[in-house]
Design a protein around this ligand. Structure first.
Ligand code: HEM
Length: 457
């Protein structure tokens, strides 16, 4: 141990030199022992740090993959095959990156579910939630751009379908689609710009958003499973949650390694079979579907047909009649409401199903942004809210899972009925939240939880 003396002294004096110029130790202390967080975090509080860990895995493996990948329509597919077969450890880099994309979404979906369970989006964490939603949209764009890069059949035709959908957006759609493709068809120019988005623009945006998300959270403080602010019940982040998060990370890495080493395509979920065939613009695959994490939104899009639009119109009409019948609104407001409703009704009955499908898809994500203002329950956490609020949340999650399953299968009559019903549950849960979240009696958290005998222990 005596030998380590000079080395330790040298390290201490180097740190001292740095600290005099950059407050490194103070920053580290502020983020670890100095950063206090609620003492009752549970397993649901692992997924934020896991999302960060997966981001790092994706960034590092992506960096090495980019050294060997060729963003050229005539070389891309073969360069990925060469990475898998010829580049030392290339197979591992590729499989980790592909499984990492799925793991990212799995972790982020669980992270979002925690937010719904404990009302983490409620005041004062609205901006944390909004930045999270922006992260989610950016992550979808990042995954979508990355999926084109192997230039397999599903990459090509998936991009074709989605870019065509973008073209259906009124007014700006056709120009936006043309700009994204860089051509009138998906081709080499598209591959080049998707590569630029995937490796430069979107990762940079992700880093900025993650930083803003975490800084905003540190500013307002974390929520907790009780959903009650109890400044007395806090502990330093280190060692309590560094150990907690490292344990979670170890478990996660075991599961992740099991997928990478024993089931790298995970039954076609992580790597779709059609993508092992090079892109062929002259041969459409029998069934085109996005990867599992985007299928819920794809299913909602497919569920929007002329018949479903009539159902939506019926629902809009019922809501309008209810508003008029209850006559709680001032006459001017009621007139505005009825006029707006009539326009919506006409648009639903006369609009094109494809345009509405894109609106439903966009609306399903956009409505998540509004959550902090939709939820009016007196308590944040489901722990204190009526049991049926939790049951509604579970119905919402089940609808989302049903949509994911249906969206990954070829279209069929039974699947369509399930998708339509699940889309109604999805939008019903969010759209009617201002109404249902106020109903029922919430329990009162015990005073020991709410009041602080020694605030800021
Ligand atoms: C790249 C993706 C993301 C990363 C790296 C990330 C990272 C984190 C981290 C490290 C935390 C603190 C630890 C924790 O509470 O678990 C956190 C908290 C939080 N995140 Fe995220 N997040 C991501 C995506 C999202 C998304 C998509 C949403 C919601 C739409 C979201 C909403 C929240 C909320 C509301 C909190 C505060 C939770 C609480 O205090 O109870 N995050 N996030």
């Amino acid at each position: 141990m005596a030998d380590s003396g000079p080395a330790r002294r040298a390290a201490a004096s180097l740190l001292h030199w740095i600290d005099a110029r950059l407050p490194l130790s103070a920053l580290w202390r502020a983020q670890t022992r100095g950063h206090r967080v609620p003492d009752n975090f549970n397993v649901w509080y692992l997924f934020g740090s896991l999302a960060l860990a997966v981001f790092v895995i994706q960034y590092v493996t992506g960096f090495f993959l980019a050294m060997h990948y060729k963003p050229d329509a005539s070389l891309a597919f073969d360069s990925v095959e060469a990475i898998r077969r010829d580049v030392p450890w290339g197979w591992l880099l590729r499989d980790v990156h592909a499984a990492g994309a799925s793991a990212f979404f799995a972790v982020v979906y669980l992270h979002m579910f925690r937010g719904l369970l404990y009302g983490s989006y409620r005041k004062p964490r609205e901006l944390v939630w909004l930045l999270g939603c922006a992260l989610f949209v950016t992550l979808i764009a990042e995954a979508f751009c990355g999926y084109l890069l192997p230039w397999g059949q599903m990459s090509y035709w998936g991009a074709q379908v989605i870019v065509n959908l973008i073209a259906a957006i009124p007014w700006v759609g056709p120009d936006l689609a043309l700009w994204l493709r860089g051509d009138y068809v998906v081709g080499d120019a598209t591959l080049n710009r998707f590569f630029a988005f995937h490796v430069i623009a979107l990762p940079l945006l992700l880093i900025g958003l993650i930083a803003a998300h975490v800084v905003a959270l540190q500013h307002v403080g974390s929520n907790n499973p009780e959903g009650v602010d109890a400044p007395h019940a806090t502990v330093p982040f280190h060692p309590y949650y560094t150990v907690h998060d490292l344990f979670g990370l170890s478990v996660f890495l075991c599961a992740f390694a099991a997928v990478v080493f024993f089931a790298p395509d995970f039954g076609g979920l992580v790597l779709e079979p059609a993508n092992f065939t090079p892109a062929d613009p002259l041969r459409t695959p029998a069934h085109i579907a996005p990867v599992w994490y985007l299928t819920p939104f794809y299913a909602m899009l497919r569920a929007t047909t002329a018949t479903t639009l009539r159902l939506w119109a019926l629902a809009a009409l019922a809501a309008l009649l209810r508003a008029a019948w209850r006559r709680r609104h001032a006459p001017r407001r009621l007139a505005l409401l009825l006029a707006g409703g009539a326009v919506l009704l006409a648009a639903l009955l006369l609009g094109e199903a494809k345009t509405w499908g894109v609106a439903v898809l966009g609306g399903s994500i956009a409505s998540l942004f509004a959550l902090p203002w939709l939820d009016r329950a007196p308590q944040r956490s489901m722990r204190w809210r009526p049991r049926w609020h939790l049951l509604l949340l579970l119905a919402f999650v089940l609808a989302f899972i049903a949509l994911a399953v249906v969206g990954s299968r070829p279209p069929g009559a039974a699947g369509h009925v399930v998708a339509v019903a699940a889309t109604f549950v999805y939008f019903g849960f969010l759209g009617l939240m201002p109404w249902w979240s106020r109903l029922g009696r919430c329990a009162t958290p015990p005073a020991t939880l709410r009041a602080s005998p020694r605030a800021g222990r």
